[in-house]
Design a protein around this ligand. Structure first.
Ligand SMILES: Nc1nc2c(c(=O)[nH]1)N[C@H]1C(S)=C(S)[C@@H](COP(=O)(O)O)O[C@H]1N2
Ligand SMILES: [Mo]
Length: 342
């Protein structure tokens, strides 16, 4: 396959591997879900209507190779999805002139949703898809029917699509609300997160306390602060910046550190047990005695880019044989090479 450049900060998943991300597969789908599935199109349209999969199949069939870019830094190029273009479906329902946004809502215990400006969704070639690589879409990956939005981080591609709602004003989606994920989500512009939640004053106070336990501190900038012995158990630290920080013996047990930046940090004897470090960067860190057991490692990076500041491990650095399989191929072999017990 010809290789195209990846968006900045992304790495290739192993060929044939497709991680399942987000909420768990719904446990209440009948085995024949595809036969009974209905998609409701509602909101600012001429007349609300439900569509079965067979109804959708009567519309023009579209097949597209689409690059998957997960916000936690793994990509999977040219995945062949088949379905109907959103444009062709909307042409059937007749969208009112005042509708500006489109909200996709899932079959989901938390009413998972996401949204886009209608103009963007159409211009990007959004697909309502029920097949991948010529096979019915597996339930784990959003079957019977999911949304696939090309050229956006994959959190815009809603699984288990149930309702399409046309709106005058935007309805912020689940990850955009709960995780602070960027509402535009262009991977070429690295639009991963919205602006941080805290003021500078609040940030200064919490840094001084060295107690982040249980707090929501998305995108916090910790650079230049001595945080040795930090208590960050259970803290929400997505996109946090810890580059070069002294963090010996810090406790990140159960913290959410997805996409956090640790490059060059001193993490001797720090613990990440049960933490989410998906997409986090540990290049050039001192990881002697560091504990990553039970951590979620999808898309995280350990290889140093500067040979004079290598990532350091020792016999006390701990990883799980199982969780380490979530690392992308080159990262996985690098860590295995350096950590004895694997
Ligand atoms: N219903 C639903 N759709 C969802 C999510 C979710 O949690 N629930 N997560 C999103 C995220 S963050 C990603 S990266 C992709 C993952 O799709 P996959 O599991 O097929 O890789 O689904 C997106 N769609
Ligand atoms: Mo994602």
């Amino acid at each position: 396959m010809e290789s195209r450049p990846l968006p900045p900060g992304q790495q290739l998943a192993a060929r044939g591997k497709w991680p399942q991300v987000g909420e768990a597969t719904p446990s209440d789908l009948p085995p024949d879900a595809a036969a009974t599935w209905q998609i409701d199109v509602a909101g600012l349209i001429a007349a609300p209507r439900s569509w079965s999969l067979d109804d959708l199949r009567r519309l023009p069939r579209a097949e597209r190779p689409i690059d998957i870019h997960c916000v936690t830094r793994w990509s999977k190029p040219a995945v062949r999805f088949t379905g109907v273009l959103l444009a062709d479906l909307l042409a059937e329902v007749g969208v009112n002139a005042e509708a500006k946004f489109i909200s996709f809502i899932a079959h989901s215990t938390r009413n998972h949703d996401t949204s886009l400006p209608i103009a963007d969704a159409l211009a990007l070639g959004t697909l309502i898809a029920w097949e991948v690589e010529g096979e019915p879409l597996a339930v784990d990956h959003g079957g019977p029917v999911r949304v696939v939005v090309p050229k956006r981080y994959f959190y815009k591609s809603l699984k288990w699509l149930r309702t399409i709602r046309l709106l005058e004003r935007d309805a912020l989606g689940f990850w955009e609300r709960e995780a602070g994920y960027h509402n535009t989500a262009d991977p070429w512009l690295q639009q991963r997160y919205m602006a941080p939640a805290l003021s500078r004053l609040e940030v200064r106070a919490v840094l001084k306390s060295r107690n982040f336990a249980g707090r929501e501190l998305r995108s916090i900038d910790c650079r230049g602060h001595d945080l040795a012995g930090l208590n960050a158990a259970g803290a929400i630290l997505r996109d946090a910046d810890f580059r070069e920080c002294p963090l010996a013996a810090a406790d990140f047990t159960g913290a959410n550190l997805s996409n956090a930046r640790f490059a060059g940090a001193h993490l001797q004897a720090a613990t990440f047990v049960g933490a989410d470090v998906e997409g986090a960067d540990f290049a050039g860190c001192d990881l002697r005695g560091c504990d990553f057991r039970g951590a979620s490692l999808f898309g995280s990076t350990f290889r140093a880019n500067n040979p004079s500041h290598p990532t350091r491990f020792d016999a006390a650095t701990r990883f799980d044989a199982v969780t380490i399989e979530a690392l992308m191929p080159e990262e996985q072999s690098f860590v295995r090479e350096h950590v004895q017990q694997l």
